[in-house]
Design a protein around this ligand. Structure first.
Ligand code: MHF
Ligand code: KIV
Ligand code: MG
Length: 291
């Protein structure tokens, strides 16, 4: 069964123990998911970054639960054999933990997620606990938590001083104790990534958190250089699809304008007898006489 080829909370922990790196990438539709699976990614994340890279929002804050489910269902169809984690979006896990559970259950049941990711430290523990008690694998997310961008005052490196680094480590310990199976560390100094990874038993996934993390995650569009915009320092682009795409679209547009597309090889033929009937008994191409 397909499920058997997916990583589990246990196989990921074993990877950390064997110092085998975990490769994770985001995906937002079936095609991206299929390509991520063909590239043998360990984990696909349906990130709420979908709001910024696919939906044109300035932050992840406007992304709704329905939007996350819509994209996660497409990703699941494209990648049946890869662990799929889904971000719970802003405002879906901050009030009554029973409402958080109801939101979480929708993603699990409608999109067939393998686990959910929640941003935040000890302040979200009641929500993490209720999910874990219900059997949902929870991935934590500390450091730069983009859903808090307004509170943080921008996309800034986190944990740069002793106090904030210490608080981050305590948050990480509390989330592990609550049962989180994975921890994303975003935009923290290399040494903070290393310290948290060393202090925890669960694997850490870094994004701008240095090479000592148990694995890495990047946004699909960043890996492929799809947007050609300024990106964070931690982004390494492995292609420039932005340029490739723009020049392909321009070449197509110019072909249309110059009538050099479509040529015969891109057109269909009708049977010659049918064509005669279509034009009446007259010569092909001759206008039919009016009755
Ligand atoms: N395309 C994309 N890639 C991402 O990694 C990403 C998103 N979108 N959207 C959601 C969040 C937002 N993220 C971001 C966005 C900007 C920075 C950034 O520019 N950081 C500064 C830090 C400057 C400092 O504090 O010194 C940088 O220059 O890297 C970091 C993470 C990560 N996530
Ligand atoms: C960048 C990753 C960690 C994320 O949360 C997202 O893509 O939304
Ligand atoms: Mg996210």
């Amino acid at each position: 069964m397909a499920l058997n080829r997916r990583h589990t909370t246990r196989t990921l922990r074993a990877m950390k123990q064997k110092a085998e790196k975990i490769a994770m990438v985001t995906a937002y539709d079936a095609n991206q998911a299929r390509l991520a699976e063909e590239a043998e990614m360990d984990i696909i994340l349906v990130g709420d970054s979908v709001g910024m890279v696919m939906l044109g929002y300035d932050t992840t804050i406007p992304v709704t639960l329905d939007e996350m489910i819509h994209h996660a269902k497409a990703v699941r169809r494209g990648a049946q054999n890869t662990m799929m984690l889904v971000d719970l979006p802003f405002a879906t896990y901050h009030g009554d933990p029973q409402v958080s559970l109801k939101n979480a259950m929708r993603v699990m049941q409608e999109a067939h997620a393998d686990g959910l990711k929640l941003e935040g430290g000890r302040e979200i523990l009641p929500h993490v606990e209720v999910l874990i008690n219900a059997g949902i694998p929870v991935c934590a997310h500390l450091g730069l938590t983009p859903q808090a961008v307004l509170k943080l005052g921008g996309y800034r490196v986190q944990g740069r001083d002793k106090e904030t680094a210490q608080r981050l480590l305590e948050d990480a310990r509390a989330l592990e104790a609550a049962g989180a199976f994975l921890l994303v560390l975003e935009c923290v100094p290399n040494d903070v990534g290393a310290l948290v990874t060393e202090q925890l038993a669960i694997p850490t996934i870094g994004i701008g958190a240095g090479a000592a993390c148990s694995g890495q995650v990047l946004v699909y569009h960043d890996v492929l250089g799809m947007h050609g915009q300024d990106t964070a320092k931690f982004v390494k682009s492995y292609a420039s699809l932005h340029e490739v795409t723009r020049s392909a679209l321009l070449a197509y547009r110019n072909d249309v304008k110059q009538s050099s597309f479509p040529t015969a090889e891109y057109t269909y033929e009708i049977h010659v007898d049918e064509l005669d009937q279509l034009y009446g008994t007259g010569e092909r191409g001759a206008p039919r006489e009016a009755d």
